[in-house]
Design a binder for this molecule. Structure first.
Ligand SMILES: *[C@@H]1O[C@H](CO)[C@@H](O)[C@H](O)[C@H]1NC(C)=O
Ligand SMILES: *[C@@H]1O[C@H](CO)[C@@H](O)[C@H](O)[C@H]1NC(C)=O
Length: 192
């Protein structure tokens, strides 16, 4: 930046404040829109669900992602004010893909009842747990999307589709680069 009018300290002062304000916009920390955590249950010493919910609340977490829809976990999140993503394990995908009724049962047991009578703020259903991970050899390629469609239909039928969205969690390995440079980044051919 060049200061054009060298004689007027007043003008230099004005530029200086522009710089200070710009720096403040970049440097001063601002509150984020939300902070969340993954909460899995495959642990050698799992904490009681109520303790985990207390830890999340005490530390300002507003969102949590679960890997299933285990009842004890969801009961602990009742009226906690924490937004919840419930998960569907990969081993349920083929059943949910082939049966609309199974999807409706899943939504009734694991979403609707917790929202309506348990005060759990469910916002998302994660269909599968990184089902396109390359080590699965494509085992879930044929069932993940039909399962998502059936869960979406079941949410619409339950009148929950504007509150609860469906999504498919992806592992970072769906993205790769043939040149080892970020500019060569692209999705794996089977993911296309
Ligand atoms: C609800 O979710 C739990 C935990 O993932 C699962 O064991 C159960 O089978 C689901 N219920 C239905 C009706 O699909
Ligand atoms: C994927 O393929 C490899 C090599 O054939 C095999 O060892 C592994 O068990 C397979 N994994 C799954 C999840 O099918």
């Amino acid at each position: 930046m060049c200061v054009i009018n060298k004689n007027t300290t007043g003008l230099m002062g004005w530029w200086w404040w522009v710089v200070v304000v710009l720096l403040a916009m970049v440097v001063v920390p601002r509150p984020v829109g939300g902070i969340g955590a993954n909460w899995g249950t495959q642990a050698t010493h799992p904490l009681p669900p109520a303790t985990v919910v207390g830890l999340l609340r005490d530390n300002g977490f507003q969102k949590v992602k679960l890997f299933d829809a285990e009842e004890g976990t969801l009961n602990a999140l009742s009226k906690s004010g924490i937004e919840v993503m419930v998960g569907i394990p990969n081993d349920m995908l083929s059943t949910l893909a082939s049966s609309v009724q199974a999807a409706e049962n899943w939504v009734a047991a694991n979403v609707s009842s917790h929202i309506s009578s348990n005060g759990v703020d469910i916002r998302y259903v994660a269909v599968g747990n990184e089902p396109f991970l390359s080590t699965y050899n494509g085992s879930f390629l044929g069932t993940t999307f039909p399962a998502l469609q059936n869960i979406q239909s079941a949410l619409i039928k339950a009148g929950l589709s504007s509150q609860v969205k469906v999504t498919i969690p992806l592992n970072a390995d769906v993205y790769e680069t043939s040149t080892d440079l970020p500019s060569g980044g692209d999705f794996r051919s089977d993911i296309h």
